[in-house]
Design a protein around this ligand. Sequence first.
Ligand SMILES: *[C@@H]1O[C@H](CO)[C@@H](O)[C@H](O)[C@H]1NC(C)=O
Length: 226
Amino acid sequence: MIMTRIHFLVATTTLVFALSLAYASDPSPLQDFCVAIDDPKAGVFVNGKFCKDPKLATANDFFYSGLNILGNTSNPVGSYVTLVNVAQLAGFNTLGISLARIDFAPYGLNPPHTHPCATEILIVMEGTLYLDFVTSNTDNKLFTKVLYPRDVFVFPEGLIDFQFNGGKSNAVVFAGLSSQNPGVITIANAVFGSKPPISVVVLTRAFQVDKKVIDYLQAQFWWDNN
Ligand SMILES: *[C@@H]1O[C@H](CO)[C@@H](O)[C@H](O)[C@H]1NC(C)=O
């Protein structure tokens, strides 16, 4: 009886540990900071990317300038994402945070996408935005909201979301993301624009449409606004 309980306890503890690993976002930093460095020989610790020797870090390792620049929205989706993640700001390494500016032309769309590694909080600076996210297959429920300047919205980690500028003027948002490298999967690009293409047989079955529809979709150029 006691052995059974011990086994149960061990099994439960292992499961909880495994689940916490499976759902973990960026690791908590084990030191004040860890400015990313490309040359492992010049690095001192590893907790994400290689870290620069903290004694050699400067204020510029934690600094980025450029989010004042309007993104170029002259493209088929009419939006542009300017990312500031660990690739642009090495001091983000291990801190579990990053930032983006998204510009929208009138009727511009940041197409349905997901950030596999991050929750996103967004604030509208300019314009009116219609935004949505959809829950997972538990019920595929659509959450939708219209946002005005200084309104804030949060997109839970990994869920498919989009933002559409319903107004006749430009829109601008800033977004904070809970990963140094949130990743992005734009649904149409990944499904219809993969290289090489996903089999038409698979996609006609998956989307329950005629082969012609899939041929048409696969023949499009799927613009990446990142
Ligand atoms: C904006 O992007 C378009 C399409 O890629 C390009 O033709 C145009 O030169 C760009 N404009 C600026 C100001 O960079």
